[in-house]
Design a protein around this ligand. Structure first.
Ligand code: AMP
Ligand code: MG
Length: 332
């Protein structure tokens, strides 16, 4: 803790930042439901419309959903082998690389565990340890045989790209909007925010980090310029309660249990949306100490941790963007 020093900012500052959100030219705005979450888009200028964004997300969901029988991923999980399209090849390559980089904290083979807990169907249950132990023998990227386009899974192994799919979708939409000449946009895909360019009135982007006890409210605010991916993984995003115990959806691939790493959420800031999404899941599993060590060894992201005790800690590069809360800085 010697490396951390405290900074205090007042709630008045939060109010001031929120008030700067008005713009000179009216953006196109839309909300829609996809990938099992409420999404929103706001965009300024260019040839694109908000429906281009929802069409792109629907296209990706049709490939990547583990609950749609017709998706490429479901067909792979059912048959145990498949030839992948360009999108799924890219995403599986990213997922396997992230798994290796995070020493398995991010693991795209957690699906048998995710299913045992009932998260895809929302028919929640607490699996017996013996059941988890037997499923864990099929979890691990050593069970995935991938030659760059054809993939084969060992018996019982199944993939879930839900830990990076929304970040990838945001990145694909950003590319599409840039191609269509959009000047500025902000996409919010259920915990994944992607900004593009700068607003016509020159005001900064202002993005809240959800308060886990009331996710409709911000516990902290990030204010910044330009294009960025900001992705939060948190216990409050998907969970169920049984006998007074909360079971959330981010699983520790070592134990098969919801990761109990002393965190309520992790927000990652990066240029790459897929990376930001994968790392938000991985650093949640790692926890504060291990996640900080991982950040010190990296140079392609920043992070804001929210601990179970209600403390907020921001890496050196994220701290200048953070306001509206009391926080400590994690130094390099
Ligand atoms: P996120 O909200 O991005 O943290 O992703 C969580 C989703 O990814 C879960 O709903 C699962 O579908 C899947 N998942 C859960 N635990 C892991 C893990 N350790 N590694 C990769 N994906 C995971
Ligand atoms: Mg993620």
């Amino acid at each position: 803790m010697k490396r951390f020093f405290k900074i205090y900012l007042t709630a008045a500052l939060l109010t001031a930042f929120l008030l700067t959100g008005c713009t000179t030219s009216a953006p196109q705005e839309a909300e829609f439901f996809a990938m099992d979450t409420l999404m929103s888009v706001k965009l300024w200028g260019g040839e694109a419309s908000a429906s281009d964004v929802s069409a792109e997300i629907n296209r990706l969901e049709a490939l990547l959903s583990v609950t749609r029988e017709t998706s490429v991923l479901s067909q792979l999980n059912a048959a145990g082998s498949a030839e992948l399209s360009a999108d799924t090849t890219f995403l599986l390559t990213q997922a396997l690389a992230l798994s290796e980089r995070t020493d398995g904290a991010f693991d795209p083979t957690v699906y048998p565990l995710v299913e045992a807990w009932g998260f895809p169907t929302k028919e929640y249950r607490v699996p017996a340890q013996t059941e988890l132990d037997s499923l864990l023998s099929c979890v691990g990227t050593e069970h995935v045989h991938f030659d760059g386009s054809a993939v084969t899974l060992d018996a019982g192994t199944r993939l879930d790209l839900g830990g990076i799919a929304k970040g990838y979708a945001a990145q694909c939409c950003a590319e599409l909007l840039k191609e269509k000449g959009v000047d500025a946009a902000i996409l919010s895909l259920g915990g994944n925010v992607q900004t593009i360019g700068s607003k016509p009135d020159g005001s900064a982007w202002v993005v809240g980090i959800a308060d886990p006890s009331d996710p409709s409210q911000a516990i902290a605010v990030l204010t910044f310029e330009g294009s960025m991916a900001l992705v939060t993984s948190g216990t409050y995003q998907r969970y169920f309660e049984e006998n007074g115990v909360i079971y959330h959806h981010i699983l520790d691939p070592q134990t098969g249990l919801p990761a109990d790493s002393g965190l309520l959420s992790v927000t990652i800031l990066a240029q790459d949306g897929t990376l930001a999404d994968g790392l938000s899941t991985a650093l949640f599993v790692m926890g504060l100490e291990e996640g900080s060590r991982f950040w010190r060894e990296s140079n392609d992201f920043e992070a804001v941790f929210l601990t179970s005790e209600g403390k907020i800690l921001a890496t050196e590069g994220a701290a200048p963007f953070l306001s509206g809360c009391e926080y400590s800085v994690i130094e390099r």
